[in-house]
Design a protein around this ligand. Structure first.
Ligand SMILES: CC(C)(COP(=O)(O)OP(=O)(O)OC[C@H]1O[C@@H](n2cnc3c(N)ncnc32)[C@H](O)[C@@H]1OP(=O)(O)O)[C@@H](O)C(=O)NCCC(=O)NCCS
Length: 187
């Protein structure tokens, strides 16, 4: 960890990871409105910056609450590559996620972010499982989650998805009690 311009940063082999700030909104909206990024889940793509601003507020609140959350990821030369990391979902488990601009796919960056997140979460709350969820058919994301060491533990309807045929897959680094699985899949 190091501080750059008053911001705490974590540096991995090829990326700088830090807590999202309000002035990241333009870069985040570009990511959250990118049709290629959202091809597996087009109904969740953002069409207005206000939607991304709400997401940013939720991430920043998670940082305040849990002491860890989603990072914005830049290459060491400064290029914005995407977001990733983990936050505590429903008080029940860590939730791992990543979303990169297409120009940065296929370089192992999601792996690099996942390894940093898994290490940071284990240092903070090792009692909580690391989980991830994704839509069935998002094969690229599924490969990434599996490469990060998570295994599929549940398959079912994607609660809250406007597409009623969407199927959610839940992955975890350990077996989970049924009440935790219910908490993670009910919404
Ligand atoms: C999901 C997503 C983050 C995966 O990105 P990615 O770059 O493919 O992910 P990884 O870090 O796992 O990269 C692995 C790939 O990089 C390659 N690679 C190249 N250099 C590498 C390195 N040094 N280390 C590891 N992998 C490397 C691997 O061979 C692998 O290629 P392959 O997929 O052709 O087999 C990206 O596709 C994305 O943002 N998708 C849209 C958003 C999304 O669906 N997010 C998940 C929602 S749950």
């Amino acid at each position: 960890m190091r501080t750059v311009k008053g911001r705490m940063e974590r540096v991995t082999q090829r990326l700088r990871l830090r807590k999202p700030e309000p002035d990241d909104l333009d870069a985040l909206f570009a990511l959250y409105s990118d049709p290629q990024v959202w091809a597996p889940d087009p109904l969740s793509r953002h069409s207005a910056p206000a939607q991304t601003a709400r997401t940013l507020d939720i991430w920043r609140a998670a940082w305040e609450r849990d002491g860890l959350g989603m990072w914005v990821a830049h290459e060491l030369d400064g290029a914005f590559a995407g977001i990733g990391g983990c936050f505590i979902r429903y008080g029940a488990a860590w939730n791992l996620g990543f979303r990169l601009l297409p120009a940065f796919w296929g370089r192992g960056y999601a792996q690099e972010i996942s390894a940093a997140a898994i290490g940071a979460a284990a240092a903070l709350r090792p009692d909580l499982a690391m989980t991830a969820y994704l839509l069935e058919g998002n094969d690229r994301s599924q490969h990434t989650v599996e490469r990060a060491g998570l295994h599929r533990i549940w398959r079912g309807p994607d609660a809250g998805n406007p597409d009623p045929s969407a199927i959610r897959l839940l992955f975890a680094d350990r077996p989970l009690p049924i009440d935790v699985i219910r908490a993670l899949t009910a919404f």
